[in-house]
Design a protein around this ligand. Sequence first.
Ligand SMILES: [Zn+2]
Length: 403
Amino acid sequence: MNKLIIILLALTIGSSFAYHLDSSMWGFFGHRKITRLAVFTLPSDMMPLYKKHIDYLTTHSVDADKRRYAVSEEAIRHYVDVDYWGRDAMNLIPHSQREAVIKFADYYLVEGGDSLLIRAVDHAKLPDEFTIIGEEHVDTEKLSALLWDRVNFYDGTTEWSLGLTDIVEALPRLGKETEDYSQLVIRDRFTDKGISPYYIKTIYHRLIKAYEEKNLDRILRLSTDLAHYVSDIHVPLHTSYNYNGQLTDQVGIHAFWETRLPELYADTEYDLFVGKADYVDDIQEYAWDIIEHSHSLVDSVLLIEKRLSLSFTNYLQYCFEDTEVSTVRVQCEEYSRAYHDALGGMVEDQMRRSIKAVGSVWLSAWADAGQPDMQKIAQGIVKPNPLDSIEQKRKIEKNEPQN
Ligand SMILES: [Zn+2]
C-alpha cells in the first residue's frame, strides 16, 4: 500500500517538473524590457552605476532561464504552485521555507524494510482540496523546532532520515508503536512545487553581501538574477499548478500571456514609466504579497481565454510567422488582440508592477547594506560571464546572428 502511494506520487512529481521546464517565463523580451526600465526607477546615488551597465543587466536578465537546462535545481526557483495545495492555499503555505517543507511532507516510521506512513497529504483530492492522513500523529510545530538545527533543507535532497530518540516528543500519539521502529523518514513533497519566494530572499541577502563587499561583478550578476525571479512572480501562471493550461485543455497559454502579448503590444501601447522605486522592509513578505496579487489573477487568465477560444474556430486562433531562424506557430493577431483587450490592461499592469518591484528590491538591498559609495563600487571589475561564451559558440555553430 505504501509502495503504491510512493510510486503514484513519484509520477506526479516527474510530470510537474517536465512541464515547468518547457514553459519560458515572461519570455526573453519581457525580462529584458522590465530589467532595463527598472534602472530608471533608482535614486540618483544608484542610477549612474546601473545605467553604465544597463546593457549587461538587460542581456543577462534571462541567464536564470538559460541555466534551467544546465542546472537541475534551477527550475523550481522560478515559480510556486500555490493552488496545488488547495483552494485556500494562499493562507495555508507558511512564509518560511522550512516550515512549508515540514507542513507538507510525508512522514514514515522505518525499521529495515518495514515502513509505516504516519502523516501525508492526500494528493488524490487535489487540486480542489486536500486532506492530511494521520495528522494527529505528528506535532508539526514541535517537529519544526526540533528539526531546525538537525536538517539542511537547502542541500538539494528531498528525503531526510532521523533517529527516533531525538524527536520522539514530536510524535505525541504514537506511544508504544514507535518502539518497533528506529527512524523517522521525512519525504519532501513541497520543494518541487516551486520555491520562488524563498529563493528571492536568498538572492536578496547575497546581493546585500555583495554591496557590503563592494564587489561590482557580484552586484551585477545578483541584480540581474534578482530582477529575473522578482519579475517571474508577477506572471500569474507562475503561481499556479495549471501553469500551462495543461489541466484545462489550454496548453500554450503560458507563452501566450507572457511572451506573445508583450511582444505585440508593450512597445507601442504600454505606459511603462512607473516613477520611483520604494524601500522594501521585509523581502519575504513583499514576495508573498506580489504572489498573492498575481495568484488572484489566475482564474481570469484562464477563464477569459477559455471563453474566447469557444467563439474563435481553431484556424482563426493559430497562425504561422517567420522569425530569423524558423517558422513558428503562434496565436493570430486578431485572436491575441481579443484576448489582450478582454484582459483589460492586466499584462501592462503586471509589467509595470514588475518594473517597480525590481527597482525596489535593488534599492532596498543597497540600503540594507548601509548605502555603500557607488562611485567606489563602479571602479570594480566585471568578469566575462560564462554564459556569454556558451551562447556565442552556439550561435556560431548554428550560423545565427551574433550580438
Ligand atoms: Zn524564469
